[in-house]
Write a new protein. Structure first.
Length: 430
């Protein structure tokens, strides 16, 4: 913790909603959310000032047991995001020269932190003015619940469903030639206009709660996410990643829902896709972990969310001494679940096929502590708000066995909830 900070426990009954209402008018604010009604995990929110990404990148990673603090895992550090192109460039992939309306990366130096332990129901303020902020939180009123948009507008897709299907065939042709084993093909849906980020966040949080929900707002831009995918987590000298590959919608009935989950778990295509990325992430982590310590902790498990079932695995290893945040990102970012395999070949092919920047989408978001611990999620199921409008990215992994119609439908499924938070719909055919 910063030496000038003090820690104050909040009285029972204070909620993340009330705490954020007390700081929502600050120009640089964040809310990393375990979800409404969470019974485990942490929600971390607060305010700060813009930070230099180079300072964040130079942070040494935790090499051993990290001190446990009842006031939360982030005692001091940064909250922010890194866009896809920043990682692709560092990996040597060609980039699209077109500008993107979102910053390539954004980090807030956390100066006031409010942490909620959902397992115990306790909460703390860590700040130079902790007593004053705790008083403001206790007196604050939660942000009103979102009101459904009566007449949603259609978003504008970068490409039509037919063109996306044609790009799937280009991916399959590249895989058939042996240029890649898998390619994560993406596209974008855009909505023009002015959006109130607080309103968008409230709507997405209500419709799509997730263990790695996020709201990061700075300098006229906002990242509002409901990510279900853990990208990198460092604690006690161990780094973990939990790639997602494989998606099915939730069923209309309990019987259909169970059947769809079983279908996902049994799908040869989805299992192969997931295992390919597990192998890629094992190799990535091995470059920054002690020899022989990288292992698969979970393989091909189904996790269920309000809109989808996902196929999830987990890989972990012990961090090699002297490794920095920059070293870890250079080894593992962008995540293999958003590129395909082999990674550099996949990114090079996708630059040719997608022919447009991904921006903040397909990057990562979360917190990095001064103590070398971190928790970063994938920037998926996310709304990116900028001064001229907003966009939502979506995509899916393409293998030789992919069927274009199924892949097109999966993209529409993934984009639907984030777009609805903007009062928009996917265009016809998706």
């Amino acid at each position: 913790m910063h030496p000038s900070y003090t820690v104050v426990e909040l009285p029972p009954g204070c909620t993340p909603e009330r705490a954020f209402a007390a700081v929502r008018d600050e120009p640089h604010a964040f809310w990393l959310d375990a979800g409404p009604g969470a019974v485990r995990g942490w929600s971390i929110l607060g305010t700060g000032r813009p930070a230099d990404p180079a300072e964040v990148a130079a942070t040494p990673l935790s090499e051993g047991p990290a001190p446990r603090h009842e006031a939360g895992p982030l005692r001091s550090g940064w909250v922010g995001w890194i866009g896809y192109e920043a990682g692709a460039a560092a990996a040597g992939a060609p980039l699209d020269p077109a500008p993107d309306p979102m910053p390539a990366q954004c980090w807030i130096r956390a100066e006031r932190i409010v942490s909620f332990d959902h397992a115990t129901g306790r909460a703390w303020v860590s700040a130079p003015d902790a007593d004053a902020l705790a008083t403001r939180i206790a007196a604050a009123s939660p942000v009103p619940a979102p009101v459904p948009v009566p007449n949603p507008v259609a978003s504008v897709a970068r490409v039509s469903p037919a063109e996306y299907a044609a790009r799937i065939e280009r991916c399959r042709a590249a895989i058939g030639r042996g240029d890649a084993y898998q390619l994560c093909l993406t596209t974008r849906f855009e909505v023009d206009g002015e959006f109130e980020p607080d309103t968008v966040h409230a709507a997405l949080r209500s419709s799509s709660p997730s263990h790695h929900g996020a709201y990061i707002r700075s300098a006229g831009h906002a990242l509002i996410g409901a990510s279900p995918e853990v990208f990198l987590e460092v604690r006690d000298g161990i780094v973990r990643t939990a790639p997602i590959k494989g998606t099915r919608p939730r069923g209309e009935s309990p019987e259909e829902d169970v059947a769809l989950a079983h279908e996902l778990h049994a799908s040869p295509k989805e299992r192969a896709e997931n295992v390919m990325i597990v192998d890629l992430m094992r190799n990535d982590l091995a470059t920054v972990c002690e020899t022989g310590t990288v292992s698969v902790e979970r393989l091909l498990e189904v996790e269920s969310y309000p809109a989808v079932h996902q196929l999830v695995s987990a890989v972990a290893g012990r961090i090699r001494g002297g490794t920095t945040v920059a070293d870890l990102l250079r080894a593992a970012f962008p995540a293999g679940s958003m590129t395909g395999a082999p990674k550099l070949s996949a990114m090079t092919l996708l630059r040719q096929i997608e022919a447009a920047p991904r921006g903040a989408f397909a990057g990562c978001l979360g917190w990095i502590g001064d103590d070398g611990c971190l928790d970063l999620a994938m920037t998926i199921r996310t709304v990116l708000v900028h001064p001229d409008g907003a966009y939502v990215g979506a995509g899916g992994g393409i293998t030789w066995h992919s069927h274009a119609a199924e892949e097109v439908a999966e993209v529409g499924l993934k984009a639907r909830a984030p777009l609805a938070a903007l009062g928009a719909t996917v265009p016809p055919g998706w």
